[in-house]
Design a protein around this ligand. Structure first.
Ligand SMILES: [Fe+2]
Length: 485
């Protein structure tokens, strides 16, 4: 285990300062073709007020959303960060307390208020701290409630919220919509809670705000699914036995307390035909859990889904702030076992094989916006051993091509804790080698840096130093259309 001053816990301290626009010192040479803006999302602080004041959060996922952007052009990098001025943020700042239920914390409510809320659906907020995406012609921050918060990717100013031009029901959604560049659309689903709940799969054409229903799949108990898979013909929902009680949510219980690990239910694979909305397969396999699907493809008579799976009983509890800050590794599993599941379209038994022995999380791939792309290299954060390391401490590239070796290529540096790698390739018709961009916490230096690696060799191309520690965050996207002036 690393020495204490090497630990990742400095990444759980708040960053109150907001930087307007700062040119970063770049070590190395950025590829000349690399132009655009990387926007990263994640919690900036875990208290309602700056300075560690006000009501405290309980879970890593609770923190107030802070955007960071790295504008890249001509080998130079300009940085800015800003809190998302969501209703949830504005309420927290005005009152010193949470105004809406977050993942593991919520408003303090009197007994009378709790009784009044019974039987009514919970009202979630818009602290969109998980991911960013281009949706309906806008850049938006998203979380697992359907309310997307628009922002300016240059100034990071919060813009009026997105209002969908439809009445698709749903209380929650995923923060991992698929962009399907072959169809020019975004695909995601909402979850409508009820005596029987419904997953509403939808497609949103580029530039539109009208979600077109694709399929409605009912379930007796909604599963906590953080993402799903898409191929040209199919969408694949993988319902883990981590089930949510809407009654408990309505009673004001935080999400981890309203959700139970029920391994006896198994994991249910549902394959939906995108063209018709028909459920082609619904079949159950042994219990497992996964946050981030790593890719999917169609094979002879089957759909194949790559999942970094972990123990569902550890999925939430392991990321409590108290446990995370303690640095004790046994309470959580920081990365999953990358399995390739084969789901026969004739309803036959689901089987899997291990793709690599390296535990992996935050999987990304260069052609993830093309549902028909053959499996290739998956990038992710990793750890040497998911049950004994304190946190993910390296970046990996895994060869997942059919018939491939599963070989991994790794980058790491002592005392450094890398965030999700975002692969970026040169524009069409431009020569150059793809890179991955990762925001790395250097605990020894007590500062973070943007690391640029060659995507194939995982060797360093360049790094750009930040003046501060960027709190440990979640997801980011590179927007090539946002080129700095
Ligand atoms: Fe995620």
């Amino acid at each position: 285990m690393a020495a204490p001053d090497d630990g990742y816990a400095v990444g759980l301290e708040p960053l109150d300062a907001e930087v307007d626009d700062l040119e970063l010192e770049v070590i190395g040479a950025l590829p000349p073709w690399l132009a655009g803006t990387l926007v990263r999302n994640g919690p900036g602080r875990w208290t309602a007020l700056p300075g560690g004041r006000g009501q405290a959060a309980r879970h890593w996922f609770d923190g107030l959303a802070m955007l960071q952007r790295f504008a890249v052009r001509d080998g130079r990098v300009h940085y800015a960060n800003a809190y998302l001025r969501s209703r949830a943020h504005e309420h927290a700042v005005a009152t010193g307390a949470w105004g809406y239920p977050e993942f593991g914390v919520g408003p303090r409510r009197s007994v009378v208020e709790r009784v009044r809320a019974l039987g009514k659906p919970p009202v979630f907020g818009d602290n969109a701290s998980v991911n960013v995406v281009r949706l309906g012609g806008r850049h938006v921050a998203v979380t697992e409630t359907p309310e997307a918060v628009a922002f300016d990717p240059v100034t990071l100013e919060t813009l009026p919220p997105v209002v969908f031009a439809d009445d698709l029901p749903g209380l929650t959604t995923t923060a991992h919509p698929h962009l399907d560049r072959t169809r020019g659309s975004l695909v995601n689903y909402t979850v409508e809670f009820g005596p029987r709940s419904t997953y509403h799969l939808y497609e949103l054409p580029d530039g539109s705000l009208e979600r077109r229903p694709v399929a409605a799949v009912t379930t007796d108990k909604p599963s906590y699914m953080h993402s799903f898979s898409l191929t040209p013909r199919y969408a694949v929902l993988v319902e883990y036995p981590l089930v949510t009680s809407v009654l408990a949510l309505a009673a004001g219980r935080p999400f981890p307390d309203a959700t139970r690990w029920r391994p006896e239910r198994g994991t249910r694979f549902t394959v939906v035909e995108r063209a018709t909305g028909a459920v082609v397969v619904r079949t159950t396999a042994p219990a497992t859990f996964c946050y981030h699907h790593a890719g999917a493809h169609e094979a002879d008579g089957a759909v194949v889904v790559d999942l970094p799976v972990m123990d569902g009983a550890r999925a939430f509890a392991g990321f409590d702030l108290e446990g995370l800050r303690s640095g004790v590794p046994t309470a959580r599993q920081v990365a999953g076992e990358l399995r390739r599941y084969r789901v026969p379209l004739d309803g036959g038994p689901v089987t899997y094989r291990l793709l690599t022995t390296t535990p992996l999380e935050f999987p990304r791939s260069l052609d993830e916006d093309d549902p028909g792309a053959a499996p290739g290299v998956v990038h992710g954060v990793a750890s040497a051993d998911s049950l004994t390391t304190t946190f993910t401490d390296r970046l990996v590239a895994v060869d997942t091509a059919p018939g491939g070796t599963g070989a991994t290529t790794t980058w790491s540096q002592p005392g450094c804790w890398p965030g999700e790698p975002v692969p970026v390739g040169p524009p069409a018709g431009v020569e150059g080698d793809p890179v991955v961009l990762s925001l790395v916490l250097d605990a020894r230096a007590r500062a973070s840096f943007l690391l640029v690696l060659d995507a194939a060799t995982m060797t360093e191309v360049a790094r750009a130093h930040l003046p501060h520690v960027a709190p440990l965050g979640f997801h980011g996207q590179f927007f090539p259309e946002v080129v700095p002036a």
